[in-house]
Design a protein around this ligand. Sequence first.
Ligand SMILES: Cc1cc2nc3c(=O)[nH]c(=O)nc-3n(C[C@H](O)[C@H](O)[C@H](O)COP(=O)(O)OP(=O)(O)OC[C@H]3O[C@@H](n4cnc5c(N)ncnc54)[C@H](O)[C@@H]3O)c2cc1C
Length: 398
Amino acid sequence: MRDSYDLLVIGGGPGGAIAARTAATEGYSVLLVEKRPAIGAPVRCAEGIGKEALAEFVKPDERWISSEIKRAELVAPDGVSMMLESDMAGSKVGYILDRKFFDRELVWQAAEAGAEVMVKTRASAPVIQDGTVKGAVINFCGDRKKVHADLTIAADGVESKFTRWCGIDTTVPVREIMSSAQFLMTDIDIDPDTTVFYLGNKVAPEGYLWVFPKGERTANVGIGISGKKSGPGHRARDYLERFVADRFPHGKTIECMVGGVSVCRPLPETVADGLIVIGDAARVVDPLTGGGIYNAMFTGRMAVQVGTKALAAEDVSREALMDYDRGWRDSPMGKTIARNWHIKEKFITLSDAKLNAIIHSAKAIDLKDFSTISLIKEIMKRNPLLLADLAGLMASIG
Ligand SMILES: Cc1cc2nc3c(=O)[nH]c(=O)nc-3n(C[C@H](O)[C@H](O)[C@H](O)COP(=O)(O)OP(=O)(O)OC[C@H]3O[C@@H](n4cnc5c(N)ncnc54)[C@H](O)[C@@H]3O)c2cc1C
């Protein structure tokens, strides 16, 4: 390990890996540090990603793809369900990854491109000179060392402390943290080609429960509920256990995880002098779905595109790095996040009766003939009682 690099990337998730790979490919010296002993483990993710989204960054490979999905099923609170075939379901179908291997593959690619990678290495404080972030103090195997970098990228995920240490407020209101739990289950009866989303305040208050197949009889069965709805006896895990006991009584759980997903708006500002914040650390998760793998990779690549220009111009000031902040906000990804935040805010107010009515109506419509807006209009026509709710939704998605 050297004392000084062009770029220091903190965190070895998909965001950090793509940032490191992009910078190393362009010939910059890069150090990526990851606090966990192994890249990709433990997995805290349902592992779903759209096909096109994935292909933008890496060639699909069966070594880290668990299954290919053809359709999504939405189940209303009363049990009535509707199918979205792949041409309608868009980003909700695609692949279910095996992130233990996927995350490793991305970091391998970064290493092959020339990035130095250190695992079991935690960034414990920023190095700040004259108000500019200039690297980090890192701890590895009991040793502590200052590493200098001309540009630092915070890719340290939803619990990002580094960004806060650099003076950016990263607080997420409790109501906008999805409290999540997930079991990797096997020996269960599922359709291996279909992801299933269960809606309703009894199943998953202000959230949803998912079954993402990872094989013929194996799936990620998980749930996200609003942090404000979580409490003793009704935590995410309690809801999940009740669902599993009812739906998959003979299934076996071979992995179990709990975690949080931020479904708030992104950070008001994702740069500071010498620092760019990407992925979950920047809160660029889709607030409606909780999906953030693509967004992390997208912001990782853009951070380096802007950051390396700033390095070449020898100006890594906040002003120079603002092109990154504006860039992702103006991108289709940034616009989707802004729109989906409004939709999520509306969605969480819907009663079970209204969710039932929406799914019943949508089920009766040939979805292929409709855009999202025309579909909502059609549902409004069929359900005058939903007029006010759906008009609000229409206004938010423009
Ligand atoms: C239950 C659940 C289900 C999800 N399902 C999906 C899904 O189906 N599809 C989807 O697209 N997204 C999903 N997500 C979100 C997705 O997992 C994240 O958006 C994605 O992993 C973000 O990537 P990242 O690189 O920003 O952060 P992460 O993948 O979280 O990586 C951050 C890394 O930084 C490391 N780190 C943290 N602090 C330090 C430090 N001080 N020093 C060194 N290293 C540090 C961490 O150990 C971690 O490895 C889900 C999340 C959860 C919790």
